[in-house]
Write a protein that binds this ligand. Structure first.
Ligand code: C5P
Length: 216
């Protein structure tokens, strides 16, 4: 079985950076599953559709092409909000599931980050991390990043955004954001990104040794 590394957690927890550094370390392909939901949300918004309309959002999910995941607009704050609105719809999640599961099954391994990878997409993944940090610290990181990119935005606005997104992602009925029972919790609140990556690498190495999948 492929050595799947599932990295879940809330926005701005550091999970994306950790996932991409793990993928580089092991030479595995990386899927940022949030991009799929961002792609669907942006498609609906660009077509002037209603994000709350399940059939409109599902049609956008079924029509999504991998080439559309390259758009720089997908990385914006606004696209994150659009993504979490369409991510509540069960048929949207179903439409995106097979692609993620096929990606995960690639030999010899893969890294996927998201909200429901360890719980729904790859429940048998041998390595699962749940990366988190306090809402205040996540907001501070995101705020510094945006200000660094020249965006004039208030910290309080970012904190409110993060809290709203946590609530929507954790409160939805289908595949809510939650730590899988067998995932290792990594709280990065007091860590630099290098320390967080190092801790993540150790968690994965332990899982590798346990599964008999030795590095190399
Ligand atoms: O990780 P990212 O911030 O790009 O995710 C955007 C949104 O997409 C999340 O807030 C969540 O609503 C949704 N998402 C999801 N399941 C995933 C990945 C992302 O519901 N596996």
């Amino acid at each position: 079985m492929a050595f799947i590394i599932a990295v879940d957690g809330p926005a701005a927890s550091g999970k994306g950076t950790i996932a991409s550094r793990l993928a580089k370390l092991y030479g595995y392909p990386l899927l940022d599953s949030g991009l799929l939901y961002r792609g669907v949300g942006l498609k609906v918004a660009q077509d002037g559709g209603d994000l709350d309309d399940v059939s409109v959002a599902t049609a956008a999910a079924l029509a999504l092409r991998p080439s559309e995941l390259e758009q720089p607009e997908l990385r914006t704050r606004a696209a994150g909000e659009l993504a979490s609105r369409v991510a509540v719809h069960t048929p949207v999640r179903q439409a995106l599931r097979e692609f993620q599961q096929r990606f995960a099954a690639q030999e010899p391994g893969s890294v996927i980050d998201g909200r429901d990878i360890g719980t729904v997409i790859a429940p048998a993944a041998p390595a699962k991390l749940y990366v988190t940090a306090s809402a205040e610290i996540r907001a501070d990181r995101r705020w510094r990043q945006l200000v660094g990119q020249g965006e004039a935005v208030a910290y309080d606005e970012i904190l409110a955004d993060i809290r709203k997104r946590d609530e929507r992602d954790g409160g939805r009925a289908d595949s809510p954001m939650t730590q899988a029972a067998d995932a290792v919790l990594l709280d990065t609140s007091e860590m630099t990104i290098d320390q967080a990556f190092d801790a993540a690498r150790r968690i994965v190495e332990t899982a590798r040794a346990r599964s008999g999948n030795l590095p190399g």
